[in-house]
Ligand binder design. Structure first.
Ligand code: ZN
Length: 430
């Protein structure tokens, strides 16, 4: 059980009351201190006094990434400048970055949440935590490191890349926990294998974030590194950063820290809640965030709620791993395809590995084609390619309703990346 960084309340019932209190506080705070929120509430015809139950959340207007960009450089600011102690930015690739401001209390809350993640992953103060994520203006480095210090374990801020140094540190410091993206974990794992270091290491756990992974990729990483625990940590810059939830030892599903924010899962088209267990867009409302509160923020990330209580004993609610972004969805021959659906199929095929690319193109005949290029599993026999290819072909046709071209290529032929791996290549002319 979580003892040092426990939930603010002890039951689901009490959580609802706590959330309502936080929601009322947030709405009042935003309305009174942010011209942006005041304006948007007025447009929606809602005032703070209208929020009487949790159900009244649905009366509040949505916010989106555009609001972050329009409000640049201090979007959604709801405190005086003298109270901001730090900013972070998203690693966004298009246009202006999304900037997030923090008060000291926001930072403290974030680090308490992050410490809860380390506690849930059963770390102790004796753990040595090698943090191979990006440092700088984005949230990963600061979150993983300061959270680790708040928790009380030893942080090794090794940053991303530099495999030579990572190998030395893993061995010399006796690193027990590796924090990184899944892509980086795979690079580290393959390097460990190449150097035959596995038995010399003391590595016990991986905490991997900010990237959708397939079960096949996780299994591969764990095998190569000889670790038994793999935790998935979600991270959204607009919502503090990484550390707002963690998968537990019982499954890949994520307990999220519902005493700091309310999560809605909505149909991206109708913006109504999806039926229980169905996939929808994650929409966030914070309960105590001061500098830049989120109110019904549409993240574009997709997942579903897990309704059943978890056997680990933690009552905090759960969602499934993030299944992708509504932006990642592509349409081919009129069919909506989420890359995670292809992940799932490939993960179930023994003859192929975890690395793949999806290439979309329009050929001379005017038709659209989808090629799935996937690496053969490391020890698989080339002679089995035909059987594997046929199986994947049939599954994609049946489950996704698109006729694919399947290419099985040699192990290690696709590029590895220390950040997020690009897998979809849309070469169709617009
Ligand atoms: Zn659990």
């Amino acid at each position: 059980m979580l003892l040092r960084f426990p939930p603010k309340v002890e039951s689901r019932e009490a959580l609802k009351e706590y959330q309502l209190k936080g929601l009322k506080w947030t709405v009042n705070h935003a309305f009174n201190n942010s011209p942006f929120f005041k304006e948007s509430f007025k447009k929606a015809g809602v005032a703070p006094g209208d929020i009487k139950t949790l159900d009244d959340l649905k009366r509040l207007p949505f916010t989106t990434a555009d609001d972050f960009r329009d409000g640049y450089p201090y979007p959604m600011l709801s405190v005086a400048h003298e109270n901001i102690v730090r900013i972070h930015a998203s690693s966004g690739t298009t246009g202006k970055r999304k900037i997030v401001c923090y008060t000291q209390k926001d930072i403290d809350d974030w680090l308490d949440m992050f410490s809860r993640c380390y506690e849930m992953a059963n770390l102790t103060r004796n753990d040595k935590v090698q943090i191979c994520v990006g440092y700088g203006v984005w949230t990963a480095g600061a979150g993983f490191q300061l959270g680790c210090e708040r928790f009380g374990a030893m942080a090794i801020p090794s940053g991303p890349g530099n495999l030579e140094m990572q190998m030395t540190f893993l061995e010399d410091f006796g690193t027990t926990v590796l924090c990184c993206t899944a892509s980086m974990a795979l690079l580290v794992a393959q390097e460990v294998k190449k150097r035959g270091l596995k038995d010399k290491l003391n590595l016990k756990k991986i905490i991997a974030g900010s990237e959708r992974t397939s079960p096949a990729m996780r299994t591969k990483i764990m095998e190569l590194l000889g670790v038994e625990e793999y935790y998935d940590i979600p991270g959204l810059t607009e919502l503090y950063g990484p550390g707002t939830g963690l998968s537990c030892s019982e499954s890949e599903n994520i307990h999220y820290w519902a005493d700091y924010y309310i999560l809605e899962i909505l149909d991206p088209e109708t913006l109504e809640p999806v039926p229980p267990g169905e996939v929808g867009e994650m929409v966030y409302t914070t309960l105590s965030k001061e500098a830049a509160p989120l109110i019904r923020y549409r993240s574009r990330d997709l997942t579903r709620f897990i309704e059943e209580p978890c056997s680990c004993g933690c009552f905090l609610p759960r969602h499934a791993p993030i299944l992708g972004r509504s932006d990642d969805m592509f349409v081919i021959r009129g069919v909506n395809v989420y890359p995670s659906e292809i992940d799932m199929i490939l993960s179930k095929c023994g003859g192929v590995g975890s690395e793949y690319q999806i290439i979309l193109e329009r050929r001379d005949d005017g038709k659209e084609y989808m090629t799935v290029k996937v690496e053969r599993a490391e020890l698989a026999d080339k002679l089995a390619d035909e059987t594997s290819g046929k199986w994947i072909y049939d599954q994609v046709r049946q489950k996704i309703m698109v006729t694919p071209i399947i290419e099985i290529i040699d192990y290690n032929e696709l590029p590895r990346s220390e950040r997020k791996t690009k897998r979809i290549f849309d070469n169709r002319e617009i």
